[in-house]
Design a protein around this ligand. Structure first.
Ligand SMILES: Nc1ncnc2c1ncn2[C@@H]1O[C@H](COP(=O)(O)OP(=O)(O)O)[C@@H](O)[C@H]1O
Ligand SMILES: [Mg+2]
Length: 235
C-alpha cells in the first residue's frame, strides 16, 4: 500500500490538482485510493462533495497535521491500494512526515523561476526530514501547467537549475488543461467532463496515463497490489 505525499512550500504550485489526477488515474486502473486532504481549505473534500465521486476513491479530511494520523486510520478501514496526502502550501505542510511514512514525495512546480526557488527549498526540506528519520525519502519534482504546444525557454531553465542541484524530476509533466480545472467545478472524473462537453478530455486522459505510468515505474509497482490481484483471480 504505497503512501504518496504532495508537498511544496508554495501555494498554487499544483499539488491539489496533481494529487487528484494521480488518484483518478490509479482508480481508472482499478485501484482503491484514499485521498487525505490536509489543506485547511479542504479542496478535495469539496470536490468529493460534488456529484460523480468515482467508486474507488475515498476522501478523508485532516484539517491540521495532527489529524493526518486519524484520517489515515479511517482510510485504512477501506483497505486502499494507495494513500495520497495533499498538504497545504507552506513549510507546515512538511510536518506530514511526522504523521506517516511515505514511499514517494512529490513537489509540483510550474516552469517559473519563482516556483523553481520554492521547489529547491521543498526538496531540501524533504531531504532533511528523510535524514532525521534515518532513511532517505524518495522525492521527485513534477512539472505542471506546462503548455501543451510549445516548450518555453523558462521550462529548460528550470529543468537545468533542478538538475544542477541533482534534484530529480518525474519524467512525465502535467500539461496546462482547462479539463483539469473543470474537475473541481463539475466533480467526478474525466467521464463526467466528457458528459458535460468539456473539450480536450482525450488529451487530458493521455496525460494522466503517462503521469501514472511514471509514478508506477518509479515505485516499480502495479496500480493494484499483486496479492490483491491474485486473490481476485483466485476468488
Ligand atoms: N495542469 C493544470 N492545468 C490547468 N490548471 C491547473 C493545472 N494545475 C493546476 N492548475 C490550476 O492552478 C491553480 C493552483 O493549482 P492547485 O492544484 O490548487 O495548487 P496547490 O494545491 O499547490 O495550491 C488552480 O487554479 C488550478 O486549477
Ligand atoms: Mg492545494
Amino acid at each position: 500500500m504505497p503512501n504518496v505525499a504532495f508537498i511544496s512550500p508554495k501555494g498554487g504550485a499544483g499539488k491539489t490538482t496533481a494529487a487528484l489526477l494521480l488518484a483518478l488515474g490509479l482508480a481508472a486502473r482499478g485501484a482503491r485510493v484514499a485521498l487525505i486532504d490536509s489543506d485547511p481549505n479542504k479542496p478535495l473534500v469539496r470536490w468529493a462533495g460534488l456529484p460523480g465521486l468515482p467508486a474507488g476513491i475515498s476522501v478523508h479530511a485532516a484539517p491540521t497535521v495532527q489529524d493526518i494520523r486519524d484520517a489515515a486510520q479511517e482510510a485504512r478501514r477501506r483497505q486502499p491500494d494507495w494513500t495520497i496526502v495533499d498538504t497545504e502550501g507552506s513549510v507546515r505542510g512538511a510536518m506530514v512526515f511526522a504523521a506517516l511514512r511515505f514511499d514517494l514525495v512529490v513537489t509540483p512546480l510550474t516552469a517559473s523561476q519563482l516556483d523553481a526557488v520554492e521547489a529547491i527549498k521543498g526538496s531540501e526540506l524533504v531531504a532533511s526530514f528523510g535524514k532525521r528519520a534515518g532513511s532517505s525519502l524518495l522525492h521527485r519534482c513534477l512539472l505542471t501547467r506546462v503548455p501543451a504546444a510549445l516548450r518555453p525557454r523558462s521550462l529548460k531553465a528550470v529543468v537545468d537549475q533542478l538538475r544542477g542541484r541533482e534534484i530529480d524530476i518525474l519524467p512525465a509533466a502535467l500539461i496546462e488543461k482547462e479539463a483539469f480545472r473543470a474537475l473541481f467545478e463539475l466533480g467526478g472524473g474525466l467521464e463526467r467532463l466528457e458528459a458535460h462537453g468539456v473539450s480536450g478530455v482525450p488529451a487530458a486522459r493521455r496525460n494522466i496515463e503517462a503521469y501514472v505510468d511514471s509514478v508506477l515505474d518509479l515505485l516499480a509497482r502495479p496500480a493494484v497490489s499483486e496479492p490483491a490481484a491474485a486473490y481476485c483471480r483466485a476468488g
